[in-house]
Design a protein around this ligand. Structure first.
Ligand code: SF4
Ligand code: SF4
Length: 459
């Protein structure tokens, strides 16, 4: 399959996740190249990024794995075409052969039109990394997408939905859902009352407990959307007799910096780590959220301040699985939950390798999983990854392009419930099943795990 010319206009100039830059078109080019030079000089990116930009066989194996390209069939959605937008500029300005031989070696001068194409192209990729699994040269197009977005952010291009969430989170005492502390505490009280109604016993959600072993941070939207997930997690901590707490000065694990900005990623991560340190907790546990878990687990040692490096970071999936292995929690005989399938969130699966922990928990809880095909490292993205789920304007695209194959995959299982331990995936999957008329509930992992527990009287 031939790649279209790189100066051809992007697919849809009205694509709803485009953004505008305050810079002039000339200023954009100079700043873009300066930012790319800076990134290439960073130890963090030097080797992998150069390797991915230096190598591509143009075999288009990645195209067969990309749900976006599979849905549109448009050559502009080829993973390698998208990556070439950056690759050719890199070659032209940062490799000797590109400087000397130009187009002969696939190098190209940066134009303002190239930047226009990137503004759309890098936000039509869900950063799911499915393409990387089958690339014979192990090129990670999602990393190139991310670097492309970082460069665009340097020249002012970031979709508004993302900047609004990040600005809200970085405001004093803020969070991405703008839940004030008093309302947050009310919500914790409400969840405790619900837990009494559901279980007949007091299951506290401890707040600001200094010296607790586990500091728990959920994606803050869970306090609005996912009460069952939070109650399931509280039940697990309680049943295990664990010492845990939430913080009332920072209670949001979301980190949209992962999608476009190392600076924002670093700032958001360190604010959360500061809260863990304020309460002198040993382990930060991230709730059911793929990108938040990846941002904290992978980037802690890179962007975490040196004084926070001793804080351990785990996913709630790992913690609950360990409690089970240590005999701290157990499950009652299975109540019939109906047929259940499991969705591997990209950031937990391909991103962190957490494939078996959730499956082992479901099996221990007596819940049989009808596997999606394919699953684990080849599972399909929900279609809202890479931050795309935050954009209401992008709903039609997420339903008819990003999540089209996912909808077919869900329907083919015939399951009545899909379990997805990720706040963003759950939002997208709920919209998908509704849009595609699929008779399926969407639930978090701990919704089911919590209900199956025994020994809650502990502690
Ligand atoms: S599969 Fe890898 S080598 Fe082949 S076109 Fe895609 S990125 Fe390039
Ligand atoms: S990361 Fe996912 S959406 Fe992006 S190009 Fe690869 S397969 Fe396609």
């Amino acid at each position: 399959m031939l790649h279209p010319p790189l100066d051809q206009q992007p697919i849809d100039p009205a694509y709803p996740f485009r953004s505008e830059s305050p810079l002039s078109r000339e200023e954009r080019k100079a700043r873009f190249l300066g930012a790319l030079k800076g990134i290439l000089e960073l130890d963090l990116y030097d080797r992998p990024l150069k390797m991915y930009l230096d190598t591509c066989a143009r075999c288009n194996n990645c195209a067969g794995q990309c749900p976006v390209f599979q849905a549109t069939g448009d050559v502009h959605d080829l993973p390698a075409w998208r990556s070439d937008l950056l690759r050719r500029v890199y070659r032209r300005y940062f490799t000797p052969s590109g400087r000397l031989l130009g187009r002969l070696v696939g190098a190209k001068k940066l134009t303002a039109g190239d930047i226009d194409a990137m503004v759309e192209a890098f936000y039509r990729c869900t950063m799911c990394r499915r393409c990387a699994v089958h690339c014979p040269l192990a090129v990670d197009n999602a990393l190139i997408t991310r670097i492309g977005r970082v460069l665009l952010a340097e020249i002012g291009f970031v979709p508004k939905n993302i900047t609004v969430s990040v600005a809200a989170q970085l405001a004093k005492g803020g969070n991405t859902s703008s839940i004030p502390p008093a309302a947050f505490i009310d919500t914790l009280d409400f969840l405790e009352e619900e837990l009494v109604d559901e279980t007949g016993i007091n299951i506290p959600i401890p707040r600001d407990v200094e010296g607790a072993e586990y500091f728990f941070a959920a994606p803050v939207s869970d306090y609005i959307m996912e009460a069952d997930t939070l109650m399931g997690i509280a039940r697990v901590f309680h049943a295990a007799g664990a010492s845990w707490t939430v913080g009332t000065e920072n209670y949001d694990a979301i980190n949209y910096g992962l999608f476009y900005s190392d600076d924002k990623l670093e700032e958001i991560l360190n604010r959360l780590l500061a809260e863990v340190r304020r309460l002198k907790c040993g382990t930060l546990v991230i709730g059911e959220c793929g990108h938040a878990t990846k941002a904290a687990l992978l980037f802690h040692k890179v962007f975490g301040r040196s004084e926070y490096r001793d804080i351990r970071i785990e996913s709630i999936l790992q913690v609950t699985r360990r409690f089970l292995a240590e005999g701290k929690i157990s499950f009652a005989a299975s109540k019939d939950q109906g047929s259940v399938t499991y969705h591997d969130p990209c950031n937990l699966g391909r991103g962190l390798g957490l494939y078996e922990e959730p499956r082992e928990l479901l099996a221990a809880a007596g819940i049989e999983v009808v596997e999606m095909q394919p699953n684990r490292e080849m599972n399909l993205c929900c279609g809202g990854g890479g931050g795309l789920v935050v954009a209401p304007d992008l709903h039609d695209w997420r339903m008819s392009v990003g999540g089209l194959l996912k909808a077919e995959q869900l329907r083919a299982t015939g399951a009545k419930t899909v379990v997805a331990p990720c706040a963003n995936c759950k939002k997208q999957l709920r919209e998908l099943v509704q849009h595609h008329n699929i008779d399926m509930e969407v639930a978090g992992l701990h919704d089911l795990v919590g209900r199956a527990l025994t020994r809650e009287e502990k502690a």
